[in-house]
Design a protein around this ligand. Structure first.
Ligand code: DXP
Ligand SMILES: NCC(=O)COP(=O)(O)O
Length: 238
């Protein structure tokens, strides 16, 4: 069964908007776990626009489901992982000022860098996932780099879903078969929501984990966090 990891970046965005501690990121993470989240994901970007270094240092001691820390593997990120030792680190090739993640790794040109980074993260006992576009040429090099999992970058799927869901999912189906043949674990994330999630996991039933943030937090404004998490869980189970 595909697990739901709730990305709480946008809770921190709201908190930072007024400079206090409301909403309390740690409390929301613990409540999200109580409400059915099977993991907590954060993406501490270098400019700390939402999740801050201090948030990670508090969350690492209290998250009881899977803690997943995403980010570009610069020295600051590696330090965070060295200290936090999360269940999973997801490597994302984001430049510092990108609005949001907008591509997976070029695992061909970055293979040796990724290999060294992944080897170091494995020393901390952390599972490694790398963000990847649904293009077959990147999967063999990802495997050679030593990653445990790949995370399918699903924005193109989400964008094309409403036009033609069967066409939108085709590239993902192809590369998911390849990932399976290579023995790579499979995560998925970015722009997944209540409309497009079920078709993705029904068509690709061996996705280990989806990490969902933006749409889920927006839905929670209307349905409440507990109800929303359970609505997403239901989309993974029907
Ligand atoms: C890697 C990924 O797709 C998400 O973590 C995304 O980066 C969310 O980041 P923002 O919340 O900053 O948009
Ligand atoms: N890895 C994807 C993630 O953590 C959340 O992405 P989004 O749902 O905020 O687009």
């Amino acid at each position: 069964m595909t697990k739901l990891s709730v990305n709480i970046n946008k809770i921190a965005t709201l908190r930072n908007a007024r400079g206090g501690n409301n909403p309390d990121v740690v409390k929301v993470a613990l409540d999200a776990e109580k409400f059915g989240a099977q993991g907590i994901t954060v993406h501490p970007r270098p400019d700390e626009r939402h999740i801050r270094y201090d948030d990670v240092m508090k969350l690492k001691d209290v998250v009881t489901t899977e803690f997943n820390i995403e980010g570009y593997p610069d020295e600051r990120f590696m330090e965070i992982i060295r200290i936090a030792k999360p269940a999973q680190a997801t490597l994302v090739p984001d430049p510092p000022h990108v609005l949001t993640s907008n591509s997976g790794w070029d695992t061909i040109s970055h293979q040796s860098m990724l290999k060294d980074i992944i080897a170091e993260l494995h020393q901390y006992g952390t599972r490694v996932s790398i963000f990847i576009n649904p293009e077959e040429k990147y999967f063999e090099p990802a495997k050679t780099a030593g990653t445990d999992r790949v995370e399918l970058y699903t924005e193109p799927y989400a964008v094309n879903f409403h036009q033609n869901r069967d066409e939108a999912i085709k590239p993902y189906l192809r590369v998911s078969e390849l990932a399976k043949e290579l023995g790579l674990g499979l995560n998925a994330g970015h722009d997944l929501d209540l409309h497009n999630l079920n078709f993705l996991v029904k068509t690709i039933p061996y996705i280990d984990e989806v990490s969902i943030g933006h749409a889920l937090i927006c839905d929670a404004l209307y349905y409440g966090l507990e109800n929303t998490i359970q609505m997403y869980r239901r989309q993974l189970e029907i």
